[in-house]
Design a binder for this molecule. Structure first.
Ligand SMILES: O=C(O)CCC(=O)C(=O)O
Ligand SMILES: [Fe+2]
Length: 194
């Protein structure tokens, strides 16, 4: 990607993320500006992946299974397949997308904030025997000025009184969350209450 193209792409994905933050807040039953107000998707990190062809794809893996740890991922893939998402105990191929189509994944930190209303999706990339594959992932999470801010299930989703819903997770800051992720993979079960 040329510098100007990358800069423009980052600008456009940022705009899309702002729109998605409104729609996701709404869909979770929160005020439309909730996710932007709590500043949980202010940082943007871009990762470019290149998967070379592998003559024995069954002996390797393009990217091992994981959930993304931040709040939201916007993923641009080329027209070559490889991405799979886990549906219960089956791996399902992402359909061949039109060139330029974007995949949006919920990450672990958003699952924590929405108290399991939204689930982070487990995914992996399988190697291909004769085609290369490229993808560009943009991850959105709390910015560095909020890395020690405590986040937990949104209070509005954990109602007191008649409709009491137990918070599933304890409050945690991003640094502790990512430290756990780096050594152990998905941190969600570790931060569960009880
Ligand atoms: O290359 C892909 O399609 C997925 C990459 C990915 O899962 C990631 O960067 O977290
Ligand atoms: Fe991922």
């Amino acid at each position: 990607m040329g510098r100007e193209v990358a800069t423009e792409y980052l600008k456009q994905t940022l705009k899309l993320k702002n729109k998605l933050a409104e729609l996701l807040s709404d869909a979770a039953g929160l005020n439309r500006d909730h996710l932007s107000t709590i500043k949980c998707m202010e940082s943007q990190t871009m990762a470019c992946h290149y998967y070379p062809p592998c003559p024995q794809p069954h002996l390797t893996i393009g990217s091992s299974k994981h959930t993304d740890p931040f709040c939201l991922t916007i993923l641009l893939q080329d027209h070559n397949q490889g991405l799979q998402v886990r549906n219960h105990d089956r791996w399902v191929d992402m359909p061949k997308s039109a060139q330029g189509a974007l995949v949006v994944n919920v990450g672990d930190f958003l699952q924590l904030i929405t108290n399991d209303k939204f689930k982070s999706v487990e995914h992996r990339v399988v190697a291909q025997s004769s085609t290369t594959r490229s993808s560009v992932a943009c991850f959105f999470g709390p910015g560095s000025e909020n890395k020690y801010r405590l986040y937990g299930p949104a209070k509005e989703l954990v109602l007191l009184g008649g409709d009491h819903v137990e918070p599933v997770y304890r409050e945690v800051h991003l640094v502790e969350f990512l430290d756990y992720f780096k050594s152990n993979g998905s941190p969600l079960s570790h931060f569960k209450l009880s």
